[in-house]
Design a protein around this ligand. Sequence first.
Ligand code: ATP
Length: 202
Amino acid sequence: MFIKEMEFVNFKSFGKRVKIPFYEGFTAISGPNGSGKSNIIDGILFTLGLSGSKTMRAEKLTDLIFNDAKSKQPEFAQVTITFDNTDRKAPVEADEFEISRKIKQTKSGYYSYYYFNGKAASLTEVHELLSKAGITPEGYNVVMQGDISQITAKMSPTERRKIIDEIAGVSEFDEKKQKSLAELDIVKEQIEKIDIIIEEVK
Ligand code: ATP
């Protein structure tokens, strides 16, 4: 599974509608300072609701709406991510699907909406779908500036091991193993109880 395309409408420095294609494997984005490269990453964090643990560079959500100080600020910003799902990593029976988020500014405040394939969805639904494909807010699907030095220089070997386990998908199995061991303990206890009853009956 990979991001196939992103569409920005009035998001940060992307005034109007801008489509950016991505490719399987590796896509590098280059451009002068301040040209909007990091705004693309902010678009990913915003759309997939991953900004809980990573910081988008905006003080408030409405700062994400395009504002060039020359014209009236648009009322909304929207980012749509199209995923290629030909490998069926996400539990969607289609070769591609879309997740979109819109933020709308009104006189009484702002509203945020998520969409899955154009239909309204909750953030929980979006997270549930993405987690099946290994994308989680705590995960390292998006590596921010500073994350690498944090991992290589500042973390203890145990903390680093935890991250590697998470990325490799080992921690998921560790959790399942712990759960199974706990269930096994309960079964063992029940067998012991039944054995005692059998002994008493004899
Ligand atoms: P660098 O190489 O310096 O990290 P970059 O290519 O990553 O730069 P960004 O940080 O993505 O660039 O973009 C910063 C630009 O986005 C700035 O020029 C800033 O004015 C502009 N910008 C941020 N928010 C908005 C907004 N709401 N409306 C219009 N422009 C915005």
